[in-house]
Design a protein around this ligand. Structure first.
Ligand code: F6P
Length: 372
């Protein structure tokens, strides 16, 4: 059988505990399907523009290396947040990318990322079709935020949720141990930008032996500082230790993020996303001043997406599955699509890989659903 041409894979956006498991899935399936070389873009499309890439066979030598890669934290190839220009605005940009792909004999281009990264797959596949290039472009879902449309959930979310729920329980126990006579309020700040899935996962801390967080504030619901103050004051009359989970993305009625009220960073990424940090710190200082009690801010920050020491086994396996499924789909002729996770059954939990048009997924955010 004649060898197939080459495949290139990149990682994009914020890393997750299992992003490298998807990379391992791509590599293994590409090898099994007879692709000649598997290249890895260094720092995604941004690095590729500078012709930064690596032949992955120089890094992965055995099945054990594949197993180790599945469990390696951060993005093994390096990541980026890079927004492609609109095709009509900068056709030279696309000519450059496609000349690099042609030079490397690339048949399949795979990008592991979230909704911003799927914009890259959408634009490259559109350009290829319009200009008659025959490369296939496939997306592999990845984000701790769990905000991608049409997939039951995203690889990376389960592990981050597990870390967050466990840490919440530990923080609650720590705070309880010190709450004798003197009240204390702990505010935990969770990532997820405008989607509350991760913050909602703090509710999993509630078990037989743990009461869970006292309040949870999701970014989908407008935050009211006055009401917050009042609720905390009232609860302090009933218990000495209060633990509250807030999303980094909670906003007040005029549309400002709470973290902006404290000043915070002015940094905005190429997709127009403001850097969100400092919400818990602001609220903890506010309550300390208003209620005169001890407060503490716990910002989980990048710990929640890099904590591979407690990655979920299901998450590792699903991330691997979607990586392999993207190679299979491209090899069978698909392009301009993203692999999704379909929930096959709840009990026992079973999932399978499906596939959707990336145009229905790119740049969309799937919010936490409203309940009745
Ligand atoms: O998109 C994933 C995510 O972890 C968001 O939850 C968070 O707002 C963002 O990345 C932070 O990105 P960065 O580390 O680039 O500031």
């Amino acid at each position: 059988m004649a060898k197939k041409r080459n495949i290139i894979v990149g990682q994009s956006g914020g890393p997750t505990a299992v992003i490298n498991s998807s990379l391992a899935g791509v590599y293994k399936t590409a090898r099994e399907r007879g692709f000649h070389k598997v290249y890895g873009m260094l720092h995604g499309i941004e690095g590729l523009l500078d012709e930064m890439y690596v032949d992955l066979s120089t890094q992965i030598h055995s099945d054990m290396d594949i197993e180790l890669l599945k469990r390696t934290p951060s993005a093994f190839l390096g990541s980026c947040r890079y927004k492609l220009p609109e095709i009509h605005e900068n056709p030279e940009f696309y000519e450059k990318i496609f000349s690099i792909l042609d030079k490397l004999d690339i048949e399949v281009f795979i990008y592991i990322g979230g909704n911003d990264s799927m914009d890259t797959i959408k634009k490259l596949s559109d350009y290829a079709i319009v200009k008659g290039h025959n490369q296939k472009f496939l997306g592999v879902p990845k984000t701790i935020d769990n905000d991608l449309a049409l997939t039951d959930h995203t690889p990376g979310f389960g592990s981050a949720a597990k870390y967050i729920a466990t840490s919440t329980k530990e923080v609650i126990r720590d705070a309880m141990g010190l709450s004798y006579r003197r009240p204390m309020i702990t505010i935990m700040e969770i990532m997820g930008r405008n989607a509350g899935w991760l913050t909602g996962s703090t509710a999993l801390a509630k078990t037989e032996e743990c009461c869970g967080p006292d309040y949870i504030y999701l970014p989908e619901i407008t935050f009211d500082l006055e009401k917050f103050h009042k609720k905390c004051g009232e609860l302090l009359k009933k218990k000495l230790s209060i633990v509250i989970a807030v999303s980094e993305g909670i906003k007040v009625a005029d549309g400002r993020y709470v973290c902006q009220m404290a000043g915070g960073s002015d940094y905005v990424d190429p997709f127009g996303h403001k850097q969100l940090a400092g919400t818990a710190d602001y609220l903890a200082s506010y309550l300390a001043a208003e209620l005169g009690c001890k407060t503490r801010a716990v910002e989980l920050s990048t710990l929640q997406r890099s904590a591979s020491h407690m990655a979920s086994r299901v998450d590792i396996n699903e991330a691997f599955m979607v990586g392999g499924a993207a190679v299979k789909a491209a090899d069978e002729g698909d392009t301009g699509k993203m692999v999704v996770i379909d929930r096959v059954s709840d009990d026992p939990y079973m999932s399978a890989a499906g596939i959707y048009d990336v145009h229905k997924i790119a740049n969309n955010e799937k919010p936490f659903p409203e309940t009745g």
